[in-house]
Design a protein around this ligand. Structure first.
Ligand code: CTP
Ligand code: MG
Length: 378
């Protein structure tokens, strides 16, 4: 039986891609709940063998942006996360700096990785310790470890992981197993199978009290560094800390194969397509059309906000990347070019593509006119 048939592997509210910080039902922001320093380590030094491309998967691009930038952005927009350490292979160091520069990431420190994931994570953790290379970053109370190739983790789940780590010393996301796990004999026959309902897949993110995971890595063996895959296990074995396990949403999936890149792109496109701002103007005819359109789009699960004018209205920029300007004459082309100017000045098309649809209602030029340029389509 599928244990998870109702849950989707897309964010519960895809609009979360565009909204800044969330809060809980009592109006308390998550920032209020987390009163201690939290940092993130994103291991990103793998070569993506299973992807089968010459570019490591974290640098593969969709919608004009590398995967790693989406994951960084996910953490960067969370105000209670102070520092993001990204661990990359030596040969990708400059490329990573370029990504940070191009997409205006601000909380990121880049560290060189190792030959295995555990070595890379340990290098990331060491960035919070004094070294001969210079002063360390401020040591966090809780450190979240998250694969750089899982771009869709949501803030409320990160909060659960963080608070459980603070309380218990370690915490990790789990998911129901998709398939039954079996052991094989050396000759390739069935040895035994595990009872699927008893086991869980260990996923990311995981959270730790910094001192606990750092100590575990200091104490662990070369064998662990080379062949280990489970940070929670290191915390148990070398720091005596039993992790709290929390069932995570299906959105935590990891980009592993080529098809996952296409899936990640479609999740983002879907999220973007769910919101729009309608700019109605003030003429009765255009206002009526805007109201009609709003109802129709809402019936298709879109959130549509209506404004009379885009000029001087910065609020609408925080809501969407899709704008529909309704005009009664070609004259409002001036208004559109003003809007494009503001969008460009605010770098609104830097992270996600922007679409502007201009609807002119007067006879002779009825319909939607579309033109593309590099960053902005309208
Ligand atoms: N990772 C790392 N350092 C390594 C190996 C892996 O930082 N030496 C990182 C990857 O970049 C990835 C995460 O660990 O973000 C999870 O690893 P995985 O999905 O296995 O990525 P790859 O090792 O790159 O892929 P593959 O196993 O297919 O080669
Ligand atoms: Mg790997």
């Amino acid at each position: 039986m599928d244990l998870d048939s109702k849950a989707s592997d897309r964010p519960l509210d895809p609009r979360c891609l565009l909204t800044p910080e969330a809060g809980n039902s009592e109006g308390k922001t998550f920032q209020d709940t987390v009163g201690f320093p939290v940092a993130v380590v994103l291991p990103a030094a793998g070569c993506g063998e299973r992807m089968g491309l010459s570019t490591p998967k974290q640098f593969c691009t969709f919608l004009n942006r590398p995967l790693i930038s989406y994951t960084i952005e996910t953490f960067e927009r969370i105000s209670w996360i102070r520092t993001i350490v990204v661990v990359v292979a030596k040969e990708s160091y400059d490329q990573m700096l370029q990504v940070i520069h191009s997409f205006h990431h601000t909380k990121v420190k880049v560290v060189e990785g190792g030959t295995t994931r555990h070595r890379s994570i340990f290098n990331g953790l060491q960035a919070f310790h004094e070294s001969t290379e210079g002063p360390s970053l401020i040591r966090p109370k809780v450190v979240i470890i998250h694969d750089a190739v899982r771009p869709f983790v949501e803030e409320d789940f990160l909060l659960k992981i963080t608070l459980a780590a603070k309380e218990q010393g370690a915490s990790g996301a789990i998911r129901p197993l998709v398939s039954t796990v079996i052991a094989t004999t050396s000759e390739g026959y069935l040895d035994h199978s595990l009872e699927r309902a008893k086991y869980r897949a260990s996923e990311m993110p995981q959270g730790f009290l910094y001192d606990i995971i750092y100590q575990a890595y200091q104490r662990c063996s070369e064998f662990d560094f080379e062949f280990g895959t489970e940070c929670l296990h290191l915390a148990l074995q070398y720091s005596g800390t039993n992790a709290k396990l929390i069932e995570g949403p299906p959105t935590l999936w990891k980009v592993t194969y080529k098809r996952d890149l296409a899936a990640a792109e479609s999740v983002i496109k879907e999220a973007l397509s769910l919101s729009a701002c309608l700019i109605s103007g003030t003429i009765a005819e255009t206002v009526a059309l805007a109201s009609h359109l709003q109802k129709n789009l809402a019936a298709n699960s879109m959130t549509v906000d209506v404004y009379q004018s885009a000029t001087g209205n910065n609020e609408l920029l925080s809501k969407t990347r899709n704008f529909i300007q309704i005009s009664a004459s070609e004259e409002s082309l001036l208004e559109i070019s003003e809007m494009v100017k503001v969008l460009e000045e605010k770098n609104h098309a830097l992270l996600y593509p922007v679409v502007i649809v201009w609807v002119v209602t007067f006879c002779g030029l009825k319909g939607i006119w579309k033109k593309e340029n590099t960053d902005t389509a309208f």
